[in-house]
Ligand binder design. Structure first.
Ligand code: SF4
Length: 71
C-alpha cells in the first residue's frame, strides 16, 4: 500500500518510480535524485513556466525558464 504524502505534486510523469503516487516517501526520492543530478523538480518548472516545454531539468534550464516566463 502506498500513501501520497505530496498531494500538491504537479508532476505528470506517473510512470516515474520516484513519483509520490508510487511509494510512501513523499518528495524525498524525487528531491534526492534532483540534488544528485543538479536538477530542479518538475513542480518548480510547472509553477515558473506552466506553458513551457522542456527536455532538461538542470539548474541552468530552470533559470532560463524563469527568465523566459517573464514573471
Ligand atoms: S519535489 Fe518532486 S515529488 Fe515533490 S512535488 Fe515536486 S515534482 Fe513532485
Amino acid at each position: 500500500m502506498s500513501y501520497n504524502l505530496s498531494k500538491f505534486c504537479t508532476c505528470t510523469d506517473l510512470k516515474c518510480p520516484l513519483h509520490p503516487t508510487n511509494h510512501d516517501r513523499g518528495c524525498s526520492p524525487c528531491i534526492a535524485s534532483n540534488l544528485k543530478d543538479r536538477e530542479i523538480p518538475s513542480c518548480f518548472f510547472n509553477l515558473a513556466d506552466p506553458d513551457g516545454t522542456r527536455e532538461e531539468y538542470h539548474f541552468e534550464d530552470f533559470a532560463e525558464a524563469v527568465i523566459k516566463s517573464g514573471k
